[in-house]
Design a protein around this ligand. Structure first.
Ligand code: HEM
Length: 123
């Protein structure tokens, strides 16, 4: 008998290929929402892709392959407000619901995301 490994949600979902699909779903929701889409108007696609992937991977406890600027620097000049953060969190929650996560799992993901709130707001 061996104890089952403690899988992260990232692993449970099926790793990178499934996370890539969640990133696409999340991205469409963000861009369809006027409260936040404008922040990405002058952002190049590659950066945007890095943003969504870093965001979703962090949320799911996946590997952190991001080696870019600090969260503070990446969001400098955007002056993000709590309502923007909440909108992004809501879209992520909806994407995760779409991919079958339970409400409890979604809540734990949103809690994890909130740990970066201070780092990105009001910069
Ligand atoms: C947990 C919260 C967040 C995380 C982990 C995160 C992650 C990141 C990362 C990694 C980058 C840098 C991308 C790169 O240069 O390669 C970035 C940039 C950016 N983020 Fe976020 N982000 C968060 C919240 C938000 C929110 C709430 C918004 C707006 C609604 C936002 C809008 C942006 C924009 C517009 C950029 C690109 C800035 C530019 O063009 O230089 N982020 N974010």
């Amino acid at each position: 008998m061996h104890t089952p490994p403690n899988l992260t949600l990232y692993e449970k979902l099926g790793g990178q290929p499934v996370v890539a699909q969640i990133v696409d779903d999340f991205y469409q929701r963000v861009l369809a929402d006027d409260t936040v889409s404008h922040f990405f108007a002058n952002t190049d696609m590659e950066k945007q892709r890095r943003h969504q992937t870093a965001f979703v991977s962090h949320a799911l406890g996946g590997p952190n392959q991001y080696t870019g600027r600090s969260m503070e620097k990446a969001h400098a000049g955007l002056d993000l407000q709590p309502e923007h953060f909440d909108a992004i969190a809501k879209h992520l929650g909806e994407s995760l619901d779409e991919y079958g996560l339970t409400q409890e799992e979604i809540n734990s993901v949103l809690e994890r995301i909130s740990t970066l709130k201070e780092a990105v707001l009001y910069k």
